[in-house]
Design a protein around this ligand. Structure first.
Ligand SMILES: [Zn+2]
Ligand SMILES: [Zn+2]
Length: 355
């Protein structure tokens, strides 16, 4: 059976996270090994207890099984941690060299994650819908997001005066604390009080009350590049959720493109339809079509154009910074339902001649 973490921190089994944190700070202060009357063993014990109890998942496991159930040896292991084994020889990692092995992996990700992975704010995802024409030519958009933003007053440090810091009392300026896993392995984790900074603000920032982040609405302006496809995702680095003393996450924006009445796309080709009178199809003609940006483009209908012929205008399709498509014009021939008397006579001549 593992140690009684509640007893170590001197808190009730029902203690809130706030109480646990407070209790841990008190103990860390009292027993810090760098202090004259510190106690390394007790300091480590408190740390160990805090690592488990401050994590609701590990705490629940601990409450249920008396340990967090992780077995570094990957065996089926009993849920009671290490059963009757005597691992005392491995205390503090002595006689057991983990070298550069990431304990996070060794423990199935349950532990040590913070040791190897840099703290970073959460990434955010959202969607935006744009017009077809904007997807072709590119557009600048502005969106409002409601998520933790780096405090503008303290630049995310949580300090009222960003040049006025105290040495962190918990890690004594080291930025790291040593943690024991179930009293067996010693690992080094980032100090939870100063987030690895080794220092804490003398006075807390008034705007964010020391949190380093605020929940202000954030207005983000970003460019959607020309040629973006329906479903493409843009990544806006550093505009996800902010955290104190660490980089913000990224914002991922999926772009949905509304369809257009006249134009469609296939890859980087723009596709449109154009209707012509049957006489133009037979004799050939000059036509003008309206492009997406409302400009006109003159095209030549060759004599003998069939219904469904695709005319290709090179380089007039969708253009990105790397690609340039073509404009494909699908020609439709109008068949008149009503003819003038003169036209009917002409048609009858054509018909008699086998056209
Ligand atoms: Zn602030
Ligand atoms: Zn610290």
């Amino acid at each position: 059976m593992s140690k009684d973490y509640y007893k170590i921190l001197e808190v009730e089994k029902t203690a809130s996270q706030e109480e646990i944190k407070k209790a841990f700070r008190k103990q860390a202060h009292k027993y810090h090994p760098d202090k004259k009357d510190g106690d390394e063993v007790k300091f480590k014990e408190a740390n160990e207890a805090y690592q488990i109890l401050s994590d609701e998942k590990k705490r629940a496991q601990y409450d249920q099984f008396g340990s967090t159930g992780s077995n570094p040896f990957g065996g089926t292991g009993s849920q009671n941690g290490f059963g009757g084994f005597d691992f005392s020889g491995f205390q503090n990692g002595q006689g057991f060299d983990f070298g550069d092995i990431d304990l996070g992996d060794l423990f199935g990700g349950g532990f040590g994650g913070r040791r190897s992975r840099r703290r970073k704010g959460n990434d955010m995802q959202m969607r935006i819908e744009i017009d077809f024409i904007d997807s072709v030519f590119g557009v600048t958009k502005t969106i409002n997001v409601d998520h933790p933003k780096t405090c503008s007053d303290c630049s995310g440090t949580g300090a009222e005066d960003t040049s006025n810091f105290d040495t962190c009392p918990e890690c004594n300026g080291q930025g790291k604390v040593q943690t024991q896993m179930m009293g067996i392995f010693a690992t080094v984790t980032e100090c939870p009080t100063c987030n690895g900074q080794g220092k804490v603000p003398k006075n807390k920032c008034k705007k964010c009350k020391g949190a380093g982040v605020t929940k202000e609405k954030d207005t983000i302006e970003f460019k959607i590049p020309a040629g973006i496809k329906h479903g493409d995702t843009l990544r806006i680095t550093g505009r996800g959720e902010a955290i104190k003393n660490g980089p913000s996450g990224d914002l991922f924006i999926q772009v949905l493109v509304r369809s257009h009445e006249v134009f469609k796309r296939n890859g980087f080709d723009l596709i449109t339809e154009h209707e012509i009178p049957m006489s133009d199809a037979v004799l050939g003609a000059k036509h003008s079509i309206e492009l997406l940006d409302k400009t006109k483009l003159d095209i030549k209908i060759p004599a003998g154009t069939k219904h469904g012929t695709v005319l290709r205008v090179s380089g007039r399709g969708i253009q990105s910074d790397r690609m340039k498509g073509n404009l494909l014009i699908n020609v439709k021939i109008k068949i008149p339902k009503k003819l003038s008397k003169k036209a009917k006579e002409a048609m009858e001549v054509l018909q008699s001649e086998g056209y």
